[in-house]
Design a protein around this ligand. Structure first.
Ligand code: SF4
Length: 213
């Protein structure tokens, strides 16, 4: 069994190597407010950020805040969201969240994980993205890249997002969480791809010391 000290060291080393390689990270979903980020993250489920960025400018022009989105006609919104897939569920989530925020949170995106996950279509991953990127509060979003990489690197041996989030929360200082998640996602997209990791061009060199690759 790996010690907590070993895990903490590996996490920090991994973060600093990825930072050396990719530098500071930004949320790739275009947004200018917590409202826009919340909507964009809900829309990004099983869809690329690039595609979401093509749809949100039109959507935000039509619905500039939660009050207008809460009143939106779902048939019209579904039409706008159709290119993203899962458009009916996504429409229900963004309009449902807008209504909840308008009625329960005075039109402001809530700032705690517990309140965020009480909104329709918002799970821990989305909530952590909002906390870290909209409010500068510690949050470690776990997506498919994060799951794959932390298993390959040998930090965890589980595919359960909540367990992975807990390991990182317990072993990496909070100020690193948001950046670390961005860096893992960038590395997963550019180098440590699902089907064919480019280990020859990766400084993490984890392929040699574990069998999860
Ligand atoms: S060494 Fe290979 S498996 Fe490990 S993180 Fe790098 S690309 Fe991925």
């Amino acid at each position: 069994m790996k010690s907590s000290r070993w895990t903490a060291k590996l996490l920090l080393e991994t973060k600093s190597k990825l930072f050396e390689r990719y530098g500071p990270q930004e949320c790739p979903l275009r947004h200018e407010s917590p409202f826009q980020l919340l909507v964009a993250v809900i829309l990004s489920a099983q869809c690329t950020d690039k595609k979401v960025n093509t749809v949100t400018p039109i959507l935000f022009e039509r619905y500039p805040d939660f009050a207008s989105l809460a009143e939106a006609d779902s048939v019209v919104v579904e039409k706008d969201l159709r290119p993203l897939g899962l458009f009916r569920a996504k429409t229900a989530s963004v309009i449902g969240s807008a209504r909840e925020i308008a009625s329960r949170f005075q039109g402001e995106v809530p700032k705690t994980l517990e309140e965020l996950v009480s909104l329709p279509g918002v799970g821990r991953k989305t909530a952590n993205v909002i906390l870290g990127n909209a409010f500068g509060k510690p949050g470690f979003p776990v997506d498919t890249h994060v799951i794959r990489l932390l298993n390959r690197i040998g930090v965890v041996d589980t595919k359960t997002p909540e367990k992975i989030e807990k390991v990182v929360n317990e072993n990496l200082p909070p100020e690193h969480w948001t950046d670390f998640s961005h860096l893992l996602i960038t590395h997963g997209r550019q180098c440590c791809k699902a089907s064919k990791p480019d280990c020859a061009n990766c400084d993490l060199r984890c392929a040699a010391r574990n069998t999860n690759c």
